[in-house]
Design a binder for this molecule. Structure first.
Ligand code: KG4
Ligand code: ZN
Length: 359
Protein backbone atom coordinates (compact mmCIF):
# COMPACT_ATOMS: atom_id res chain seq x y z
CA UNK A 1 0.00 0.00 0.00
CA UNK A 2 1.27 3.49 -0.74
CA UNK A 3 0.24 6.47 1.32
CA UNK A 4 1.08 9.90 -0.10
CA UNK A 5 0.66 13.31 1.47
CA UNK A 6 -0.32 16.03 -1.00
CA UNK A 7 0.20 19.76 -0.46
CA UNK A 8 -1.46 22.43 -2.62
CA UNK A 9 -0.93 26.18 -2.24
CA UNK A 10 -0.85 27.48 -5.83
CA UNK A 11 -3.49 30.17 -5.41
CA UNK A 12 -5.87 31.00 -2.55
CA UNK A 13 -6.64 27.59 -1.06
CA UNK A 14 -4.33 26.00 1.51
CA UNK A 15 -4.85 22.26 1.13
CA UNK A 16 -3.41 18.98 2.41
CA UNK A 17 -4.65 15.45 1.71
CA UNK A 18 -3.65 11.84 2.25
CA UNK A 19 -4.34 9.44 -0.62
CA UNK A 20 -3.92 5.66 -0.67
CA UNK A 21 -2.65 3.91 -3.82
CA UNK A 22 -3.30 7.00 -5.93
CA UNK A 23 -7.08 6.62 -5.74
CA UNK A 24 -8.58 6.36 -2.26
CA UNK A 25 -8.87 9.74 -0.62
CA UNK A 26 -8.36 9.15 3.11
CA UNK A 27 -8.52 12.90 3.85
CA UNK A 28 -8.97 16.10 1.88
CA UNK A 29 -8.67 19.30 3.93
CA UNK A 30 -9.02 22.71 2.26
CA UNK A 31 -8.79 26.10 4.00
CA UNK A 32 -10.22 28.65 1.62
CA UNK A 33 -9.11 32.29 1.78
CA UNK A 34 -12.16 33.68 -0.04
CA UNK A 35 -13.07 35.84 2.94
CA UNK A 36 -9.63 37.50 2.92
CA UNK A 37 -9.80 38.46 -0.78
CA UNK A 38 -13.51 39.25 -1.18
CA UNK A 39 -13.21 42.97 -0.43
CA UNK A 40 -10.57 43.36 -3.19
CA UNK A 41 -12.65 41.56 -5.82
CA UNK A 42 -9.81 39.16 -6.61
CA UNK A 43 -6.88 37.29 -5.10
CA UNK A 44 -4.16 39.54 -3.60
CA UNK A 45 -0.89 37.55 -3.95
CA UNK A 46 0.83 38.95 -0.86
CA UNK A 47 -2.17 38.23 1.36
CA UNK A 48 -2.45 34.73 -0.13
CA UNK A 49 1.15 33.73 0.63
CA UNK A 50 1.01 35.06 4.18
CA UNK A 51 -2.21 33.13 4.82
CA UNK A 52 -0.64 29.92 3.45
CA UNK A 53 2.23 30.26 5.94
CA UNK A 54 -0.24 30.55 8.82
CA UNK A 55 -2.57 27.80 7.67
CA UNK A 56 -0.28 25.01 6.49
CA UNK A 57 0.48 23.59 9.98
CA UNK A 58 -3.17 23.23 11.12
CA UNK A 59 -4.32 22.00 7.70
CA UNK A 60 -1.54 19.38 7.66
CA UNK A 61 -2.44 18.20 11.17
CA UNK A 62 -6.12 17.95 10.23
CA UNK A 63 -5.33 15.96 7.07
CA UNK A 64 -3.23 13.43 9.01
CA UNK A 65 -5.84 13.17 11.77
CA UNK A 66 -8.71 12.60 9.34
CA UNK A 67 -6.70 9.98 7.48
CA UNK A 68 -5.85 8.19 10.74
CA UNK A 69 -2.18 8.43 9.73
CA UNK A 70 1.05 9.76 11.20
CA UNK A 71 3.96 11.36 9.39
CA UNK A 72 5.86 8.09 9.78
CA UNK A 73 3.21 6.26 7.73
CA UNK A 74 3.81 8.41 4.64
CA UNK A 75 5.66 6.93 1.67
CA UNK A 76 6.17 10.25 -0.13
CA UNK A 77 5.38 13.95 0.03
CA UNK A 78 3.81 15.50 -3.08
CA UNK A 79 3.40 19.18 -3.81
CA UNK A 80 1.75 21.22 -6.54
CA UNK A 81 4.79 23.17 -7.79
CA UNK A 82 3.39 24.77 -11.00
CA UNK A 83 1.70 26.84 -12.28
CA UNK A 84 0.42 29.45 -9.83
CA UNK A 85 1.28 32.55 -7.85
CA UNK A 86 4.99 32.35 -7.14
CA UNK A 87 4.73 33.47 -3.51
CA UNK A 88 1.95 30.98 -2.83
CA UNK A 89 3.72 28.08 -4.57
CA UNK A 90 6.91 28.75 -2.60
CA UNK A 91 5.12 28.19 0.71
CA UNK A 92 3.88 24.73 -0.32
CA UNK A 93 7.15 23.73 -1.97
CA UNK A 94 9.14 24.87 1.07
CA UNK A 95 6.88 22.95 3.45
CA UNK A 96 7.04 19.81 1.27
CA UNK A 97 10.84 19.94 1.12
CA UNK A 98 11.12 20.34 4.90
CA UNK A 99 8.79 17.39 5.50
CA UNK A 100 10.38 15.13 2.88
CA UNK A 101 13.88 15.88 4.13
CA UNK A 102 13.06 15.39 7.81
CA UNK A 103 11.15 12.15 7.15
CA UNK A 104 13.71 10.79 4.67
CA UNK A 105 10.96 10.29 2.07
CA UNK A 106 10.87 11.18 -1.63
CA UNK A 107 9.43 14.50 -2.74
CA UNK A 108 7.28 14.55 -5.89
CA UNK A 109 6.49 17.80 -7.71
CA UNK A 110 3.12 17.72 -9.45
CA UNK A 111 1.70 19.95 -12.18
CA UNK A 112 -1.53 21.55 -10.90
CA UNK A 113 -3.26 21.29 -14.31
CA UNK A 114 -2.38 17.62 -14.80
CA UNK A 115 -3.67 17.04 -11.28
CA UNK A 116 -7.04 18.65 -12.15
CA UNK A 117 -7.25 16.28 -15.14
CA UNK A 118 -6.57 13.34 -12.82
CA UNK A 119 -9.19 14.35 -10.24
CA UNK A 120 -12.08 12.36 -11.87
CA UNK A 121 -10.23 9.17 -10.97
CA UNK A 122 -10.28 9.88 -7.22
CA UNK A 123 -12.79 8.41 -4.83
CA UNK A 124 -13.53 8.20 -1.13
CA UNK A 125 -13.04 4.80 0.56
CA UNK A 126 -16.33 2.91 0.66
CA UNK A 127 -17.77 4.82 -2.27
CA UNK A 128 -17.53 2.09 -4.89
CA UNK A 129 -16.26 4.45 -7.52
CA UNK A 130 -19.54 6.40 -7.79
CA UNK A 131 -18.98 7.92 -11.20
CA UNK A 132 -15.23 7.61 -10.84
CA UNK A 133 -13.25 6.27 -13.78
CA UNK A 134 -10.25 3.98 -13.83
CA UNK A 135 -7.27 3.77 -16.14
CA UNK A 136 -9.46 2.33 -18.91
CA UNK A 137 -10.48 5.98 -19.36
CA UNK A 138 -7.53 6.68 -21.69
CA UNK A 139 -7.06 8.06 -24.29
CA UNK A 140 -9.19 10.84 -22.90
CA UNK A 141 -10.06 14.32 -24.01
CA UNK A 142 -9.27 16.60 -21.06
CA UNK A 143 -10.84 19.93 -20.19
CA UNK A 144 -9.58 22.26 -17.45
CA UNK A 145 -11.89 25.15 -16.65
CA UNK A 146 -10.84 27.28 -13.69
CA UNK A 147 -10.17 30.80 -12.51
CA UNK A 148 -6.73 30.72 -14.08
CA UNK A 149 -7.03 28.25 -16.97
CA UNK A 150 -9.26 27.20 -19.83
CA UNK A 151 -7.58 24.53 -21.90
CA UNK A 152 -8.17 21.29 -23.79
CA UNK A 153 -5.78 18.34 -23.56
CA UNK A 154 -5.08 14.96 -25.03
CA UNK A 155 -4.49 12.58 -22.12
CA UNK A 156 -2.89 9.23 -22.97
CA UNK A 157 -2.24 8.32 -19.33
CA UNK A 158 -2.35 10.16 -15.97
CA UNK A 159 1.23 11.32 -16.54
CA UNK A 160 1.06 11.79 -20.31
CA UNK A 161 -0.85 14.96 -21.09
CA UNK A 162 -0.53 17.21 -24.18
CA UNK A 163 -2.20 20.60 -24.49
CA UNK A 164 -4.27 21.05 -27.65
CA UNK A 165 -5.59 24.55 -27.08
CA UNK A 166 -6.14 27.21 -24.44
CA UNK A 167 -7.55 30.67 -23.87
CA UNK A 168 -5.88 33.55 -25.66
CA UNK A 169 -7.19 36.08 -23.12
CA UNK A 170 -9.37 35.55 -20.03
CA UNK A 171 -9.92 32.19 -18.33
CA UNK A 172 -13.56 31.09 -18.17
CA UNK A 173 -13.63 31.37 -14.35
CA UNK A 174 -12.26 34.90 -14.65
CA UNK A 175 -15.11 35.68 -17.07
CA UNK A 176 -17.63 34.31 -14.53
CA UNK A 177 -15.99 36.38 -11.78
CA UNK A 178 -15.99 39.55 -13.91
CA UNK A 179 -19.59 39.06 -15.07
CA UNK A 180 -20.54 38.69 -11.40
CA UNK A 181 -18.69 41.86 -10.53
CA UNK A 182 -20.44 43.77 -13.34
CA UNK A 183 -23.77 42.51 -11.97
CA UNK A 184 -22.84 43.59 -8.44
CA UNK A 185 -22.56 40.03 -7.08
CA UNK A 186 -19.72 38.99 -4.74
CA UNK A 187 -16.36 37.25 -5.31
CA UNK A 188 -15.80 34.49 -6.35
CA UNK A 189 -18.61 35.10 -8.78
CA UNK A 190 -18.99 31.67 -10.42
CA UNK A 191 -21.33 30.20 -7.81
CA UNK A 192 -23.35 33.47 -7.69
CA UNK A 193 -23.86 33.52 -11.48
CA UNK A 194 -24.74 29.82 -11.40
CA UNK A 195 -27.45 30.43 -8.78
CA UNK A 196 -28.85 33.59 -10.39
CA UNK A 197 -28.90 32.02 -13.88
CA UNK A 198 -31.29 29.32 -12.67
CA UNK A 199 -34.11 31.84 -12.52
CA UNK A 200 -33.16 33.81 -15.62
CA UNK A 201 -34.15 33.66 -19.29
CA UNK A 202 -31.05 32.40 -21.11
CA UNK A 203 -32.31 33.94 -24.38
CA UNK A 204 -32.67 37.43 -22.89
CA UNK A 205 -29.42 38.42 -24.62
CA UNK A 206 -27.63 37.02 -27.64
CA UNK A 207 -24.08 37.23 -26.32
CA UNK A 208 -21.18 36.29 -28.64
CA UNK A 209 -19.84 32.73 -28.69
CA UNK A 210 -16.22 32.95 -29.77
CA UNK A 211 -15.20 30.53 -32.52
CA UNK A 212 -11.78 31.87 -33.57
CA UNK A 213 -10.27 30.35 -36.74
CA UNK A 214 -11.92 27.24 -38.19
CA UNK A 215 -10.40 24.23 -36.44
CA UNK A 216 -8.92 26.35 -33.63
CA UNK A 217 -9.08 24.72 -30.20
CA UNK A 218 -8.27 27.98 -28.42
CA UNK A 219 -10.75 30.03 -26.43
CA UNK A 220 -11.48 33.72 -26.06
CA UNK A 221 -13.76 35.18 -23.40
CA UNK A 222 -12.90 38.88 -23.50
CA UNK A 223 -15.58 39.71 -26.11
CA UNK A 224 -18.23 37.99 -24.01
CA UNK A 225 -17.12 39.95 -20.95
CA UNK A 226 -17.37 43.25 -22.81
CA UNK A 227 -20.81 42.30 -24.16
CA UNK A 228 -22.00 41.66 -20.59
CA UNK A 229 -20.54 45.00 -19.46
CA UNK A 230 -22.39 46.90 -22.20
CA UNK A 231 -25.65 44.98 -21.63
CA UNK A 232 -25.61 45.98 -17.95
CA UNK A 233 -24.15 49.48 -18.02
CA UNK A 234 -24.99 50.64 -21.53
CA UNK A 235 -22.53 51.40 -24.32
CA UNK A 236 -20.07 54.05 -23.06
CA UNK A 237 -20.35 57.51 -24.56
CA UNK A 238 -17.60 60.02 -25.30
CA UNK A 239 -15.10 60.49 -28.10
CA UNK A 240 -12.52 58.09 -26.64
CA UNK A 241 -15.10 55.32 -26.29
CA UNK A 242 -14.14 54.91 -22.64
CA UNK A 243 -16.29 57.73 -21.34
CA UNK A 244 -19.11 57.48 -18.87
CA UNK A 245 -21.44 54.52 -18.85
CA UNK A 246 -25.14 55.21 -19.05
CA UNK A 247 -25.99 53.42 -15.80
CA UNK A 248 -24.82 51.00 -13.10
CA UNK A 249 -26.10 47.53 -12.34
CA UNK A 250 -28.54 49.05 -9.81
CA UNK A 251 -30.67 50.16 -12.78
CA UNK A 252 -31.51 46.54 -13.64
CA UNK A 253 -34.39 44.63 -12.07
CA UNK A 254 -33.76 41.23 -10.47
CA UNK A 255 -35.25 39.50 -13.51
CA UNK A 256 -33.07 41.52 -15.88
CA UNK A 257 -29.94 40.62 -13.92
CA UNK A 258 -30.95 36.97 -13.94
CA UNK A 259 -31.42 37.20 -17.72
CA UNK A 260 -27.89 38.58 -18.14
CA UNK A 261 -26.47 35.82 -15.91
CA UNK A 262 -28.33 33.05 -17.75
CA UNK A 263 -27.46 34.40 -21.21
CA UNK A 264 -23.80 34.82 -20.22
CA UNK A 265 -23.69 31.26 -18.89
CA UNK A 266 -25.32 29.91 -22.07
CA UNK A 267 -22.68 31.61 -24.26
CA UNK A 268 -19.75 30.57 -22.04
CA UNK A 269 -20.88 26.92 -21.98
CA UNK A 270 -21.58 26.90 -25.73
CA UNK A 271 -18.01 28.07 -26.41
CA UNK A 272 -16.63 25.18 -24.35
CA UNK A 273 -18.83 22.55 -26.02
CA UNK A 274 -18.00 23.93 -29.49
CA UNK A 275 -14.25 23.52 -28.93
CA UNK A 276 -14.65 20.06 -27.40
CA UNK A 277 -16.66 18.95 -30.46
CA UNK A 278 -13.86 20.28 -32.68
CA UNK A 279 -11.23 18.39 -30.68
CA UNK A 280 -13.22 15.15 -30.82
CA UNK A 281 -13.45 15.43 -34.61
CA UNK A 282 -9.94 16.79 -35.26
CA UNK A 283 -7.83 15.00 -37.90
CA UNK A 284 -5.55 12.43 -36.23
CA UNK A 285 -7.68 12.23 -33.09
CA UNK A 286 -7.38 8.91 -31.23
CA UNK A 287 -10.32 6.64 -30.38
CA UNK A 288 -11.37 8.77 -27.43
CA UNK A 289 -12.76 6.77 -24.52
CA UNK A 290 -13.71 9.50 -22.12
CA UNK A 291 -13.98 13.16 -21.32
CA UNK A 292 -12.06 14.16 -18.17
CA UNK A 293 -12.97 17.50 -16.63
CA UNK A 294 -11.31 19.48 -13.87
CA UNK A 295 -11.15 22.97 -12.35
CA UNK A 296 -13.51 25.07 -10.29
CA UNK A 297 -15.87 25.94 -13.13
CA UNK A 298 -16.69 22.25 -13.59
CA UNK A 299 -18.89 22.81 -10.50
CA UNK A 300 -21.19 24.83 -12.79
CA UNK A 301 -24.66 23.31 -13.08
CA UNK A 302 -25.24 24.16 -16.73
CA UNK A 303 -21.75 23.15 -17.84
CA UNK A 304 -22.15 19.78 -16.11
CA UNK A 305 -25.45 19.16 -17.87
CA UNK A 306 -24.05 20.14 -21.26
CA UNK A 307 -20.94 17.99 -20.79
CA UNK A 308 -23.12 15.03 -19.80
CA UNK A 309 -25.20 15.50 -22.95
CA UNK A 310 -22.06 15.78 -25.09
CA UNK A 311 -20.53 12.62 -23.59
CA UNK A 312 -23.71 10.66 -24.12
CA UNK A 313 -24.09 11.91 -27.73
CA UNK A 314 -20.52 10.86 -28.46
CA UNK A 315 -20.49 7.59 -26.50
CA UNK A 316 -17.79 8.74 -24.07
CA UNK A 317 -17.45 7.98 -20.39
CA UNK A 318 -17.69 11.24 -18.46
CA UNK A 319 -15.33 12.06 -15.62
CA UNK A 320 -16.57 15.13 -13.82
CA UNK A 321 -15.37 14.93 -10.24
CA UNK A 322 -17.57 15.50 -7.21
CA UNK A 323 -17.49 19.12 -5.97
CA UNK A 324 -14.79 18.52 -3.35
CA UNK A 325 -12.35 17.39 -6.07
CA UNK A 326 -13.36 20.06 -8.66
CA UNK A 327 -12.09 23.01 -6.70
CA UNK A 328 -8.40 23.37 -5.86
CA UNK A 329 -7.49 20.54 -3.51
CA UNK A 330 -4.49 18.43 -2.51
CA UNK A 331 -6.06 14.99 -3.08
CA UNK A 332 -5.56 15.43 -6.81
CA UNK A 333 -1.88 16.28 -6.15
CA UNK A 334 -1.29 13.21 -3.96
CA UNK A 335 -3.27 10.95 -6.34
CA UNK A 336 -1.28 11.89 -9.43
CA UNK A 337 2.00 11.74 -7.48
CA UNK A 338 1.41 8.00 -7.00
CA UNK A 339 1.67 7.55 -10.80
CA UNK A 340 4.71 9.80 -11.10
CA UNK A 341 6.41 7.84 -8.32
CA UNK A 342 5.55 4.53 -10.00
CA UNK A 343 7.11 5.88 -13.20
CA UNK A 344 10.29 6.83 -11.30
CA UNK A 345 9.60 10.56 -11.61
CA UNK A 346 10.96 11.50 -8.18
CA UNK A 347 12.27 15.00 -7.45
CA UNK A 348 14.79 16.18 -4.91
CA UNK A 349 15.40 19.25 -2.78
CA UNK A 350 16.26 21.26 -5.89
CA UNK A 351 12.57 21.18 -6.92
CA UNK A 352 11.52 24.67 -8.00
CA UNK A 353 8.24 26.56 -7.77
CA UNK A 354 7.32 27.53 -11.35
CA UNK A 355 4.69 30.23 -11.90
CA UNK A 356 4.03 29.43 -15.58
CA UNK A 357 2.43 26.34 -17.14
CA UNK A 358 4.68 23.57 -18.42
CA UNK A 359 3.92 23.94 -22.15
O1 KG4 B 1 -10.01 25.52 -9.84
P1 KG4 B 1 -10.31 26.68 -8.95
O2 KG4 B 1 -10.75 26.39 -7.54
O3 KG4 B 1 -9.06 27.63 -8.84
C1 KG4 B 1 -8.24 27.92 -9.91
O4 KG4 B 1 -7.27 27.14 -10.18
O5 KG4 B 1 -8.51 28.96 -10.56
O6 KG4 B 1 -11.40 27.58 -9.71
C2 KG4 B 1 -11.95 28.76 -9.18
C3 KG4 B 1 -12.92 29.34 -10.20
C4 KG4 B 1 -13.43 30.73 -9.82
O7 KG4 B 1 -13.30 31.57 -10.95
C5 KG4 B 1 -14.90 30.49 -9.48
O8 KG4 B 1 -15.72 31.61 -9.73
C6 KG4 B 1 -15.22 29.34 -10.39
O9 KG4 B 1 -14.08 28.51 -10.32
N1 KG4 B 1 -16.44 28.60 -9.96
C7 KG4 B 1 -17.56 28.51 -10.70
C8 KG4 B 1 -18.49 27.78 -9.93
N2 KG4 B 1 -17.89 27.44 -8.75
C9 KG4 B 1 -16.62 27.94 -8.79
N3 KG4 B 1 -17.84 28.99 -11.92
C10 KG4 B 1 -19.07 28.75 -12.41
N4 KG4 B 1 -20.03 28.08 -11.72
C11 KG4 B 1 -19.79 27.56 -10.50
N5 KG4 B 1 -20.73 26.89 -9.84
ZN1 ZN C 1 -7.02 24.92 -10.03
Amino acid sequence: MSLILGIETSCDETACAVVENGVLVRSNVVASQHDLHAEYGGVVPEIASRAHVERIPPVLRAALREAGATLADLDAVAVGHRPGLIGSLLVGVGAAKALAWSLGRPIVGVDHIEAHLYSPLLRRPGEAGAGALDEGAYPALGLVVSGGHTSIYRCDAPTSVTRLGSTIDDAIGEAFDKAAMILGLGHPGGPAIDALARRGDDRAHDFPISRLAPGSLDFSFSGLKTAVLYAVRGVPTGASGVGAFARGHEALSGAEKAGVAASFQRAACAAVVLKLERALDAPGAPAWRSLLVGGGVSANTRLRAELAALASRRGLALGVPPMEFCMDNAAMIAGLAHHRLAAGAVDDLSLQAEPTPAR
